[in-house]
Design a protein around this ligand. Sequence first.
Ligand SMILES: N[C@@H](CCC(=O)N[C@@H](CS)C(=O)NCC(=O)O)C(=O)O
Length: 210
Amino acid sequence: MIKLFYSPGACSLAPHIALEEAGAEFDAVLTSTRDGSVSRPEYLAVNPKGKVPALLTERGVLTENPAILGWIAQTYPEARLANLQDSYAFSDTQAFNSFLSSTVHVAFNHWFKPEGWTADPDVAPTVKARAGELIAKHLGLIESRFSDGREWVHGDYTTSDGYLVVFSRWLTLMRAGRIEDYPGLALHRARVQARPAVQRVLEREGLHAL
Ligand SMILES: N[C@@H](CCC(=O)N[C@@H](CS)C(=O)NCC(=O)O)C(=O)O
């Protein structure tokens, strides 16, 4: 049985949504980032990086959201969570997911944990302020994708949509900006959260739609 190690509302929400959208059979294993569970020896044996998500498959453990999302899309092709017939379209989806993972997520991390990026506590507020500017820059770029009226990041619904909603939720929950400043993103967030699979996942994680 596939196992997804997740923490409520963390970036592991993205593969949680993708697995649910795919109709996969899986166990969702609560591994909170808030109570030290990610640092316990039994979890480090699964993912030595001490981060969620981790996905235990029949072949072994996968980590890193873009890789996990690519695996889910390829393993459940009937769910059409990526365009698997077109290598350009597939790579474009992976590129967007990599941007979220390597750039958007990292900017948010500087916002909510600035003291983790500098040894000088006096510098932390400057790190946080700069992170806020970068979050606005990155989300502005994403917002421009919706200017043509598209409903989903790539036109059709893909893994990128359930991943993007992690950060459009964080924007509000971490008070990193105003969703009203991103009307396309606001509509997208509402659209994703209205999907039945996403509602099931939010409930399982003990979360509410924003
Ligand atoms: N690059 C990883 C990032 C994973 C990550 O940073 N996960 C966070 C939750 S959103 C985590 O587990 N943090 C726990 C900690 O740092 O203690 C990915 O995209 O999957």
